[in-house]
Design a protein around this ligand. Sequence first.
Ligand code: SF4
Ligand code: SF4
Length: 337
Amino acid sequence: MMDSAAIKQIAKRCGADIVGIASMDRFEGAPPQFDPRFIMPKAKSLIVCGFRIMRGSFRGVEEGTLFTNYSAMGYGFINQHVMPLNARYVAAAIEDEGYEAIPLAYHFGWSAVEYATGEWKHGKPHSRAVAPGKPYPDVMIHVRIAAYLAGLGEIVYSKVFLTPEYGPRVRFGMIMTEMPLEPDPVMKPGTLCNRCMACVRECPGGAISETETVKVRLAGNDVEWGKLDVNKCSYAFRGAEKVADGERGTFLPPELSRSLAGREDAFKPSSLNPFYKKQSQQFTHGEAICTGKGCMRACMINLEKRGVLKNRFKEPFRTSPLWSIDWSDYDPDHMDK
Ligand code: SF4
Ligand code: SF4
């Protein structure tokens, strides 16, 4: 039978940058809608594969000259192509040994609950449990919790997942299997995050609370992060800013604006955004105009300065003050004239 080292070697040959393994008992206490054991009751192991986002994928946004690259190559392409292929190859190698394996990329679009909040997606279940005692379809696996339980790093104050290799520049896919494998030790909270609070200070949406936190217990450790205002992140992430009273803004499409602020013309471009209108998604993901100014870029700068990451660079990431756009003469009808 293959052991953990052999599985990791296969996963790395198939494109993963880092690999960790969780035993399923580490999910004890998970809410049923987030408990992977309901998906595969005989599962013994969850293999979590990390795929790095190139530091270069943040460069165009730092310079203010190329905004698609992070959304495309650092986000959608990894989730939609790299991760599913890797999970499929690893699962096939495991099934060749006679153990069932589910390739799990980031495909939880039918889940009953919201990933960020754990609330029912429509305020109530959108499905029926198929039998008493089972959760509602679809069950979702909380990827960051899975990565933590597989020993790949820690969930930090920004609620982002940091790894010792790449800091916040990683996305995760999974393979759940009935094959028993040796699990990796989990990381002690506070190993990478020093509570510098740069993520809070530099978040353009003010979406990460400095005072309110969420605490969970995972594999015997207390893990805590700042409460995230998902609504504020949703628009700030897209480079939108709420207009002042008496102003109109046409940056977001009317329906999206209504869903985020209750009216169709509530958002203009923020000072981090050069576009008059929201641009298209890349590989069905993204429009990441903010590109994690607080939770990714500021955090990465802090980690690199402290020298705690294994992936080191010859040049510092930021060498001059970040640009900002003056939209004081913003005209909401500019594109329609
Ligand atoms: S920016 Fe600082 S406080 Fe925020 S997650 Fe990173 S290390 Fe922790
Ligand atoms: S993605 Fe941007 S808006 Fe959202 S929490 Fe991170 S820094 Fe804030």
